[in-house]
Design a protein around this ligand. Sequence first.
Ligand code: SAH
Length: 253
Amino acid sequence: MNIPRISLIGAGPGDIELITLKGIRAIESADVILYDALANEALLAYSKPTALKVYVGKRLGKYVYTQDQINYKLVELALQYGHVVRLKGGDPYVFGRGYEELEYAKAFNIECEVISGVTSAIAAPASVGIPVTMRGLAESFWVITGTTRTGSLSNDIALAAQSSATVVILMGMSKLDQICDLFIQHGKAQTPAAIIQNATKEEAHFVVATVEELVAKATAQHIQNPAVIVIGEVVSLHPQFIETYVREEINIR
Ligand code: SAH
């Protein structure tokens, strides 16, 4: 009988090579893999042919399982089969509800481990050449969710908009208008911003603009979820931003 255990793994942002070696080794040993929509399915190729693969993400915009059902399933499958890998996009402790899942499983005395992953919060901007910090431009970065439990915009976004930090917003596309308005209210209409969709994947695309032009440009270029919004001076390092805005400024002068 296999000993029940759970490995919560970050699959990375999309590119299958952006998972850790430790993550791959856990997938190779797994008896069951529960995976989300944002975890690249190609990673399942590393699993044993006999491993049970269970998709627990969204289908046609609707969740196949509720969070409670996933928690229960993790425990049930670990008790039945042994080693369960819970594969999540990016890093499992960045807006992934990973902690809640392990907390539930630990109550059943199931051994749990977390294997960190490359978060899209850093990898998405990096994939288009934007660093989240840079001497002289940004001394810190905030990673904020655009979707809070209550459905309202997180107050942290308003606080971050008053700082000189790089602001990285995940799950923020449905509130992009509100987010940009908030930055404009805080005098950041001209601040450089970017949105990167499907970062590190073949179908990746992105837009770079000032905050005040971001919504129009993102709409024109059909930028959609999953996407990371980045607002801050670091975006001014992007060649496309320099091309569109900095040159204009030089011409004006
Ligand atoms: N744990 C994940 C985040 C989960 S929340 C991580 O660390 O990356 C889901 C949000 O992550 C999406 O709405 C989107 O904002 C972001 N995201 C995840 N993968 C992405 C990708 N490849 N490209 C752009 N955004 C991504």
